[in-house]
Design a protein around this ligand. Structure first.
Ligand SMILES: C[S@@+](CC[C@H](N)C(=O)[O-])C[C@H]1O[C@@H](n2cnc3c(N)ncnc32)[C@H](O)[C@@H]1O
Length: 278
């Protein structure tokens, strides 16, 4: 559906300028065929700022000293927070059944550090916490679960821990009953699980902000590279590689492949799931 871009108009030159600026700042690349989508997503922000064209908005984002705050809104507008509990769970099972035991055997005195790097509304890191809890790992060793997303709105929702039915499309009823409490039309995640995950807002392209997390032994960076150009993915994956310990495990979405962008990691099958291993 198109609402605003027709009335405001996103001409070729403004589209090209905004597309490149957005790719540089967020990693998200809008091909020519997605111009209307970009227009629809940004139009409310242009109007809210009281500007009359996308070109003015481009100049505002690029040159205004206060534009940093506006970028938060841009992230919220562009974010596709599509996610659900127990999504692509083979990789989480591999963490639970292979990586956690290996860590416990080899380095039990070091906390197992896990990072969900584009966590959207939190279903992914909470699934990790619930599965590790089911297997009793929190009683055996120290585990840190960090979760970040560039969209503040998504991170706020994750912190709230309230979910609608659509987040449970892949959830066994027994797990839903065990870990969630019904609150009106929502389901609230149990507080003890909520307290296991540390959420923060972070853009994957701002390396100084993710520096402290990139040394995680396990990084879940799933279903976000699909929006990025190869060049951007290459830079991020290189950064991960440089900072992860060895062995370190990087999980991406099943529709994503890093084979064209990195020769650093080895693609291995671990417990029935594919991981990029350092
Ligand atoms: C489709 S969700 C993936 C959620 C989860 N990882 C999963 O696989 O279910 C993609 C998320 O990537 C986030 N994102 C997009 N660009 C980002 C960036 N540059 N830095 C951090 N997160 C970003 C979006 O805000 C969105 O929440």
């Amino acid at each position: 559906m198109r609402f605003y871009s027709e009335s405001l108009g996103l001409p070729d030159n403004a589209f090209a300028l905004l597309r490149d600026l957005i790719a540089e700042k967020t990693g998200i690349f809008y091909e020519n065929g997605k111009r209307d989508i970009l227009g629809d997503k940004l139009s409310p922000l242009v109007l809210e700022k009281g500007l009359s064209s996308f070109l003015d908005y481009y100049y505002y984002l690029k040159y205004d000293e206060e534009s940093e705050k506006e970028w938060e809104k841009v992230f919220d507008a562009l974010s596709v927070p599509e996610t659900y509990f127990w999504r692509e769970v083979d990789q989480i099972n591999a963490l639970r059944d292979v990586i956690a035991p290996e860590h416990y055997r080899d380095t039990p005195h070091i906390p197992l550090k896990i990072w969900s790097a584009a966590c959207a509304t939190g279903e992914e890191p909470y699934t990790i916490a619930m599965e590790l809890n089911e297997a009793g790992w929190f009683e055996k060793m120290s585990i840190e679960i960090h979760a970040t997303d560039a969209s503040r709105r998504s991170v706020d929702k994750a912190r709230q821990g309230l979910y609608r039915e659509r987040s449970f499309r892949s959830t066994q009823q027994s797990m839903k009953d065990r870990y969630f409490v019904r609150r009106d039309n929502n389901y609230a995640i149990r507080d003890d699980i909520k307290n296991l995950v540390k959420f923060s807002v972070a853009n994957l392209l701002e390396f100084h902000k993710i520096y402290d997390l990139a040394d995680s032994k396990v990084i879940f960076c799933r279903n976000v590279f699909i929006y990025f150009s190869e060049n951007v993915i290459r830079k991020i994956v290189r950064f991960f590689y440089e900072h992860m310990p060895s062995p370190g495990y990087l999980f991406v979405g099943s529709a994503e492949s890093l084979l064209k962008v990195t020769g650093d990691f080895q693609l291995k099958e671990i417990g029935g799931a594919f991981a990029y291993v350092k």
